[in-house]
Design a protein around this ligand. Sequence first.
Ligand SMILES: [Ca+2]
Ligand SMILES: [Ca+2]
Ligand SMILES: [Ca+2]
Length: 470
Amino acid sequence: MTFAPALSLSQTPGAALPGRAPTGDSTAPPKRATRTPVPQPGDHLLAGPVTAPVHVPAFAPPVRAPTATGTATRRPATSGRVFYVDSTGGDDANAGTAATSAWKSLAKANAASLVAGDRLLFRRGGRWTGTLTVAASGTERAPIVIDAYGTGDPPLIQGGGSCVELVGSHLTLRRTHIDNCSWAGVDVMGSANLIEDNVLSGNAAGVHVRRGAVGNRIVANEIRDNSRMSVLTEGGDDDSGAFGVLLQGDATEIAFNTISGSDAFSFDYGRDGSAVEVYGGSNNHIHHNLATDNQTFTELGNATSADNTFAYNVVRSSLPSSIFLVTWGAGSAWGPVLGTALYHNTVLLTGSESQGFTCNDRCGPDILRMRNNIISAVAKVGYADDPFDEDYNVYSGGRRQFTTGAHSVVADPAFADPAGADLRLQRDSPAIDRGQDVGYARDFDGRSVPADGDSDGAAMPDSGAFEYHG
Ligand SMILES: [Ca+2]
Ligand SMILES: [Ca+2]
Ligand SMILES: [Ca+2]
């Protein structure tokens, strides 16, 4: 497999992305986006214009999802050298090849000549300020692994522009804490990298997957309170930031993470922030994540975004104006974003102005497909300005500004304990056995799908992210 060449390191942390865009209402049509989207971080690093790919909205069934506990961890090759970095006991004059002769600084780690199979280990309890840049690449069978050693808190890397830059490919980054970086916690430029079991907090973007990055996996991380704005100005339409994950690359898997607190003040939009922002990415698979108290779960923009699937995510928020999903048709400067699919998500938004989904400026079946979701929101469960592909969903709460499919229902989903954040189903839930088979074998809890929850002898998938097993 050949990947695009890595981008250079001369980048522009904090360049503007569009902030949260206006959302539709059938009684007050959405403000039309008149602005041409501004250049994005990294755009200037690419040769030639970015053109929209030829697109066929096939909505092919997704690959069967791995179980919640089964395949998230890929063990690195055990061959290769090991280098140690210790912020208190290390010394850059050391060889670095044993815990007793560790290096000290990020600068020394950045200068290491890493090759496939090598491991670069940071001592637990240590703290570093600045940027770790890994320019080397591993291989599929022998990734280069950045990991922790020792005991105590995860190694903390903080205070850089982007604090960890994965420039190369086939890199694994795990068990670190990356905090308070003015742009990205982890800035992904290469491909086929694995970001696993890290804590990413206090950044403008917990992870930024850049254009040209392909096949990266972001798995089982705690992505919290990435509530820093990179652009925050009075007036205009340019505020930007507070991203759990900013997704501009393709074929990324974002799974089994907890993503919370992507929410910040914005002069332009009141509040801004999203758990997963898609701006120019395609064929990404966002599944089995727990998202709590993010301003928006996802907003999709840019006509090069296509065929992104969101499945088995559990999305809760008590913020006043949270939205589950915002996407755009061809009538918007941010669209058309083709081929977004929502399967088996459970959404409970309790803020007084909360909204489920909005599909604006020429929604349609090529724009949005929804199957087997549960969406509960107070002000509005959903809005679409034109018919789209929707069925087998359960809605409750505020206004429905779209026509529901024949097998969708408006009813109390009968969550087990919504006040206690348990969104599993009770026995009398209308979501049980309501769904269609869209190709998933495991629910949010890792339990098998489908199960015959209503005991009528026929097992169908339940709508939402939890399969009722009786
Ligand atoms: Ca502004
Ligand atoms: Ca079932
Ligand atoms: Ca049944």
